[in-house]
Design a protein around this ligand. Structure first.
Ligand code: DAL
Ligand code: ZN
Length: 241
């Protein structure tokens, strides 16, 4: 009897040590931001297929996450031209929802700064994205390959006529605009896709690149201080558990 008890204690001890070791190993492989997110206790509000249907409003793409159909083109593209938009002789289109939301944001921008909102790029087809690479304007950390870009979704815009993060950081006018966008873009259902660098967003920081995501996600991302990539990776992580 006495021996059985000792055996039971020893077995329990071994199981305890094993569980602690496995848990520690798992935690070590989970990125820090996900460990912190887990503490917030957020539950998955959105089913994953929403992120992966090419035409979905929440279609997620990244440097490592392509469209299902690499030459996908939306079927509801409309011109963004209008009194509130300055396109600097370009002629961009976006998906209808994004165009409407862009005009709302441009209205607020005009109210704040008395100027139309400058948009230098909107929808880009796979062929157009390929041309950017062929022209030598791209690097892996700055441009998506064809079939991987938020611009190909018809939901992304590049704002203001400057193309390096440094220019945005040093030019006082651009700094004002960027600060305004950070505080206000979510009110018009947009999010800045690339805020946290390659480790998290898979691209360098792009103060000019905004993506339409709709009211619920834009508000949630703003309140959490997350990028869309962080949000999707978190969703994927909790689906796996
Ligand atoms: N610059 C972004 C990552 C793109 O090319 O879609
Ligand atoms: Zn862009």
């Amino acid at each position: 009897m006495h021996q059985n008890r000792i055996l039971a204690f020893v077995l329990l001890g071994i199981i305890g040590i094993w569980i602690t070791t496995v848990k520690a190993e798992n935690e070590a492989t989970i990125p820090k931001y996900i460990q912190n997110i887990s503490k917030i206790g957020l539950r998955s509000p959105i089913k994953l297929p929403i992120f992966y249907d090419d035409a979905s409003m929440l279609r997620f793409v990244s440097r490592t996450t392509p469209l299902s159909e690499k030459t996908y083109a939306p079927d509801d593209l409309v011109s963004i031209s209008g009194a509130l938009i300055n396109q600097a002789w370009r002629n961009s289109v976006l998906r209808l929802w994004a165009r409407n939301a862009l005009w709302e944001m441009a209205w607020a921008f005009k109210k704040e700064f008395g100027l139309p909102l400058t948009v230098v790029s909107g929808y880009r087809s796979a062929a157009y994205q390929q041309r950017l690479w062929d022209l030598g304007r791209c690097t892996d950390s700055l441009c998506a390959p064809p079939g991987y870009s938020e611009h190909q979704l018809g939901f992304a815009v590049d704002l203001f006529d400057a193309s390096t993060e440094k220019e945005f950081a040093t030019n006082p006018t651009l700094r004002k605009y960027v600060a305004w966008l950070k505080d206000n873009a979510h009110l018009y259902w947009w999010t800045q896709s690339y805020q946290k660098g390659i480790e998290i967003d898979e691209y360098e920081v792009e103060p000019w690149h905004y993506r339409y995501v709709g009211i619920h996600l834009a508000t949630r991302l703003h309140n959490l201080g997350w990028t869309y990539t962080e949000f999707v990776r978190f969703q994927e992580d909790i689906q796996r558990r």
